[in-house]
Design a protein around this ligand. Structure first.
Ligand code: XMP
Length: 305
């Protein structure tokens, strides 16, 4: 039957049938739910022949102005560029391992989920076209064609709530399982347009931290699927003291959802929103306006890009 224990046994079997007894595997680990559960599962199957790599991209690469700015303005391009960066890091990691182990790792484990695959249609390399690409998730449509490692994606047929169930069976700690989803391309898809704009990433980190901390303090974190801030590529007029300001606008987004395929925007109490907005404008330099996103998915998506 289609229950989690069976899926777990089945996936472990698939991995053991796929990866030869001498073969090594590397895993892209973000610390989030999906890749953590995927890694735990693969580790259960092949033990120490799994080598995990965590990429702290810090998004620094975007500060490299020489990258064609226009490409950053296209969300699909952002995802492709990031997918490519990830893979070149994994290739380098694989190369280091080869020196250590005397053989190349053959496979790459990723925590790809079913919705990533559906929304990234067409499947990469399939040669098919598709009328409904919503987003090429960085780990699906964003992967370069010349990648040398073969993919292992044990969660590919599961939705997030199912991954959490599976993680529970694997004794993955709640701290991982309850974490809000965070997209692979990171804050790049939350800075609309040019990621290199001013100190957008810096502002976004500060705003996000205030918002998430307030949500945790109010005991709301576990009732929300995902909450974050978006940096808008516009400035608006404000007043601080007796000074006119012309500063950035940030949007707050929080949604509830079962699986990320559809979502409802979350109703905060007015007092909560008021406190958060004041705190942001008072403590984050360069922000003088806070707005809230009150659309659901559909018609919007959860992220803004
Ligand atoms: P959307 O914005 O498509 O997002 O409604 C649905 C869920 O997927 C996450 N998301 C991504 N995750 N790579 C990822 O790993 C991506 O390219 C990507 N795009 C969106 C999003 O945060 C939400 O949880």
């Amino acid at each position: 039957g289609w229950n989690m224990e069976n899926i777990l046994d089945e996936e472990i079997k698939v991995i053991n049938d796929t990866v030869g007894p001498e073969e090594h595997v590397i895993c892209a680990l973000s610390g989030g739910v999906d890749s953590t559960v995927a890694a735990t599962l693969v580790h259960k199957a092949i033990g120490d022949r799994l080598h995990c790599v965590f990429v702290d991209n810090g998004l620094l690469r975007y500060k490299e102005r020489e990258r064609v700015m226009e490409t950053f303005e296209n969300p699909e391009m952002k995802r492709k560029i990031i997918g490519k960066e990830f893979i070149s890091i994994f290739d380098a990691f694989a190369h280091e391992l080869e020196k250590k182990l005397g053989r190349k790792p053959t496979y790459l484990v990723q925590g790809t989920l079913y919705p990533d695959v559906i929304e990234s249609c067409p499947p990469p390399g399939s040669g098919k076209t598709c009328s409904h690409t919503i987003k090429s998730h960085h780990n699906v449509g964003g992967l370069p064609k010349d990648m040398k490692l073969k993919l292992i994606e044990p969660l590919k047929l599961l939705f997030k709530d199912e991954v959490r169930q599976l993680g529970r069976i694997l004794n993955v700690p709640d701290a991982f399982l309850k974490r809000h989803p965070f997209p692979g391309p990171g804050l790049a898809v939350r800075v609309l347009g040019d990621v290199t704009e001013g100190n957008a990433l810096d502002i976004l980190r500060q705003v996000d931290e205030i918002f998430i901390q307030a949500i945790k303090d109010a005991g709301l974190y576990d009732s929300i699927w995902q909450a974050f801030a978006v940096f808008l590529p516009i400035r608006s007029v404000g007043v601080q003291g007796d000074q006119r300001t012309h500063s950035h606008v940030v949007a707050l987004r929080a949604v509830t959802s079962q699986d990320g395929m559809t979502a409802d925007w979350y109703y905060f109490e007015h007092k909560f929103l008021d406190d958060v907005a004041r705190k942001i404008c008072n403590s984050v330099r360069g922000v003088n306006r806070v707005v809230q996103d009150i659309t659901s998915k559909p018609p919007s998506t959860i992220e803004w890009e």
